[in-house]
Design a protein around this ligand. Structure first.
Ligand code: ATP
Ligand code: MG
Ligand code: MG
Ligand code: MG
Length: 562
C-alpha cells in the first residue's frame, strides 16, 4: 500500500481525553477515531490489526472444532423475555422499537438467539455436540465507557456456544476451548493468565476468565505465588477456606439486625477483628434477593447497591433505601444464590460483583431458583470473606498476591440455564426430551487489540508483534524528490510485494523527520530506509522492537530478512 493512497491521519499531540497509553497511541497513530462516547471507527491501519486478531481467533476456533455462523444483531424482545433477561439485564441492554412499536434489543450477547435457533433445528442427541461461533459487533450501554477500545459501547466480540447431550461432553468441549484460548492469547504475545471466575460452590472450575496482566486492568486477580492457583478476587472471596470457627454467629438474625450497622459492630459481636469479617445483609422481596456486602471497618451505610429490578437499574445509597424501594425486610445473613446483575459497591472499600449463582444442581439448575435461601447456614457464612494479600492460597500452596488484569476472554459452563426456560430440548438415546446442556465462550476482539496495543509500545510508538502488525515492512524513501531514492523505494516495494510481504511505502513528500516519527509511531516491525546511498543500491533495515540496524545491498535483502 502506498501511503499517499491510504488514510493514516497521525497526530503530533497526545489527545487530551485519552488517559491510557493504548488509547492515546491508537488515536495518534491514526488507527481509530472516536465517534461518540464508547463508539469508534476503525481506520485502515486499525482495521488491518483487528482483522489479524480475528484471523488468529478464527484459525484456533476452527482447529478446535467450532464452526462459524453470523447471527442477527437486531433481536426481538420476545426472545429476551423468554429467559427473563429483558427485565434483569438492566440499562446495559440497548433497546429500540420498530415502526410498529415492536420492541427489539441490539445484541449485547447471543445466548437467546442461538438457543432459539437450535431448538427448532436439532432434535436428536445424534446431532450433538455442536459448537458454533461468530465474530460480530456487540452493543452494551456501559455506564462508564472508557479507555478507548477497552470498554466500548459498540465493540467486536467473538462468541461461541456449544450444545451437548451430556455433562461429560460439555466438560470435554470446555477443556478444548480452554486450550484454544490459551493458543490464541499465546500467539498474540500477551502476558495472560486463566483465572477462576466462579463462586466456588460448584467446584470453581466451570467458569474461567482470561486476564491480561496490566496496571490499567479493572479487575484484580488473586494468585498464589507458588502454585497455579489464580482467581478473580471477587470470586476468590468465596473460595477462601476461612476457618469455620466459633466466631461465626450462632443465630444469623442477630448479626443482620439493623442496629449492627458497621463491620466494627459485627466484629465485636463475633469477637474478632474487623478485617476478618464481612457484613452481609440480605434483603428479601417476593421474587428477588439483594445482598449487600461490606468489608473491614467500612460503614455498611456507605454501601451502594446497584440492582436490576425489572427493566430498570436503580442506584441506591444505603440499605434503608433498598428496603424502601424494594419494599423488603432485612432478612438473613450469608452467601446465597443471587439474582443476576446484582452489583455491590462500597466507596473505596469493596467492589463485589456477585455472579448470579452460588450453586447448581446436577441438572444445571440454580440452587437459588430451586430452594431460595437454602444456603443460609453458619458454615457458608464462615466461608465468606474477601481474600487478602498474604493469605494462604486456597489450594494450600503458597500465599496470595494481587495483580491487575484486563478481562479479554471468558468461558462458561451454562448448563441448562437457557435451554430450560427456552424449552430447547432434544431427544436422548431413550427417546426422552432433555434440555440441551450448554457452554459459552467469549473473546473481546477489539479489547484484545487494545490490550496488545497497551503491552507493545515504547516512547516513540507501537512495537507491534509481527503477527498483528498492520504491515510487515515499511519502506521509507527519505526524499521522494531524489530520483535514485524514489526509484529504489518503488523497486523494493514491487519486489517485496511479489514475495508476498505486506508492505507500506511512504511515498509522501514529507520531511525526513516527519516520516521517521510517523514510522516509529505506527510501528511496523521492519523499516527499510532508502537514503543517500540509494544510488549505490544500499539501504538501511531497522527492526522496530530491538532497534537493531543493518546496511544491506538490495541484492542481499531477501536473504537477510528474518
Ligand atoms: P467486563 O467485566 O469487562 O464488563 P464482561 O464480563 O461483562 O466484561 P462478557 O459478557 O464476559 O464481558 O463478554 C465476553 C468478552 O467481551 C469479555 O471477556 C471482554 O473481553 C469483552 N467485552 C465485554 N464488554 C466489553 C466492552 N464494553 N468493550 C470491549 N470488550 C468488551
Ligand atoms: Mg460487563
Ligand atoms: Mg467481567
Ligand atoms: Mg465476563
Amino acid at each position: 500500500m502506498k501511503q499517499t493512497a491510504t488514510f493514516i491521519p497521525t497526530l503530533r499531540e497526545t489527545p487530551a481525553d485519552a488517559d491510557v497509553k493504548s488509547h492515546q497511541l491508537l488515536l495518534r497513530g491514526g488507527f481509530i477515531r472516536q465517534n461518540t462516547s464508547g463508539i469508534y471507527s476503525f481506520l485502515p491501519l486499525g482495521k488491518r490489526v483487528l482483522q489479524k486478531v480475528e484471523t488468529i481467533i478464527r484459525e484456533e476456533m476452527e482447529a478446535a472444532g467450532s464452526v462459524e455462523v453470523f447471527l442477527p444483531a437486531l433481536q426481538q424482545a420476545e426472545l429476551w423475555q423468554e429467559t427473563g433477561r429483558w427485565y434483569s439485564y438492566g440499562d446495559e441492554l440497548m433497546r429500540l422499537t420498530d415502526r410498529n412499536d415492536r420492541a427489539f434489543a441490539l445484541g449485547a450477547t447471543h445466548e437467546e438467539v442461538i438457543t432459539s435457533l437450535l431448538r427448532d433445528e436439532i432434535k436428536s442427541y445424534k446431532k450433538l455436540p455442536l459448537n458454533l461461533f461468530q465474530i460480530q459487533s456487540k452493543f452494551r450501554d456501559e455506564k462508564r465507557p472508557r479507555f478507548g477500545l477497552l470498554r466500548g459501547r459498540e465493540f467486536l466480540m467473538k462468541d461461541a456456544y456449544s450444545f451437548h447431550a451430556t455433562p461429560e461432553s460439555l466438560d470435554e468441549t470446555y477443556n478444548v476451548m480452554m486450550q484454544a484460548y490459551t493458543n490464541i492469547f499465546t500467539r498474540l504475545g500477551l502476558n495472560f493468565r486463566a483465572v477462576i471466575a466462579d463462586s466456588g460452590a460448584i467446584g470453581g472450575k466451570d467458569n474461567h476468565e482470561f486476564m491480561v496482566l496490566s496496571e490499567i486492568g479493572e479487575d484484580t486477580i488473586a494468585y498464589s505465588d507458588s502454585s497455579g492457583y489464580a482467581a478473580n478476587i471477587e470470586m476468590a472471596a468465596v473460595n477462601v477456606d476461612y476457618p469455620k470457627s466459633d466466631e461465626a454467629p450462632k443465630e444469623m438474625e442477630k448479626v443482620a439486625t439493623p442496629d449492627q450497622k458497621t463491620i466494627a459492630d459485627v466484629a465485636a459481636f463475633l469477637n474478632t477483628t474487623p478485617e476478618k469479617c464481612i457484613k452481609t445483609l440480605v434483603f428479601k422481596t417476593d421474587d428477588d434477593l439483594v445482598v449487600v456486602l461490606a468489608r473491614g471497618d467500612h460503614d455498611i451505610n456507605d454501601v451502594k447497591v446497584k440492582h436490576a429490578t425489572g427493566a430498570k437499574i436503580v442506584e441506591l445509597a444505603a440499605p434503608e433505601e433498598v428496603q424502601e424501594l424494594l419494599n423488603c425486610e432485612i432478612g438473613s445473613l450469608g452467601p446465597i444464590g443471587l439474582p443476576p446483575a446484582v452489583r455491590v459497591y462500597a466507596d473505596n472499600a469493596v467492589k463485589a460483583i456477585v455472579n448470579g449463582v452460588v450453586g447448581a444442581n446436577e441438572n444445571g439448575q440454580h440452587l437459588a431458583n430451586v430452594t431460595p435461601g437454602k444456603d443460609f447456614s453458619v458454615d457458608t457464612y464462615a466461608d465468606l470473606r474477601f481474600i487478602q494479600e498474604g493469605d494462604p492460597s486456597p489450594d494450600g500452596e503458597g500465599r496470595i498476591q494481587f495483580a491487575k488484569g484486563i478481562e479479554v476472554g471468558h468461558i462458561f459452563k451454562l448448563g441448562t440455564t437457557y435451554s430450560v426456560p427456552m424449552k430447547a430440548t432434544f431427544l436422548n438415546d431413550q427417546g426422552r426430551a432433555m434440555p440441551y446442556i450448554m457452554g459459552c465462550y467469549g473473546i473481546g476482539v477489539s479489547r484484545v487489540m487494545a490490550a496488545v496495543a497497551e503491552q507493545f509500545q515504547d516512547d516513540a510508538g507501537f512495537t507491534w508483534p509481527d503477527v498483528i502488525a498492520p504491515y510487515e515492512i515499511h519502506i521509507v524513501p527519505v526524499n521522494m524528490k531524489d530520483e535514485p531514492q524514489r526509484e529504489l523505494g518503488e523497486d523494493l516495494y514491487k519486489l517485496l510485494k511479489s514475495y508476498r510481504y505486506e508492505v507500506l511505502l511512504d511515498d509522501r513528500a514529507e520531511r525526513a523527520g516527519v516520516k521517521f516519527a510517523d514510522a516509529d509511531l505506527i510501528g511496523m516491525p521492519v523499516r527499510i530506509t532508502v537514503g543517500k546511498k540509494a544510488s549505490e543500491g544500499i539501504l538501511e533495515v531497522k527492526y522496530r522492537r530491538t532497534g537493531e540496524t543493518f546496511e544491506w545491498k538490495r541484492e542481499e535483502l531477501l536473504d537477510h530478512l528474518q
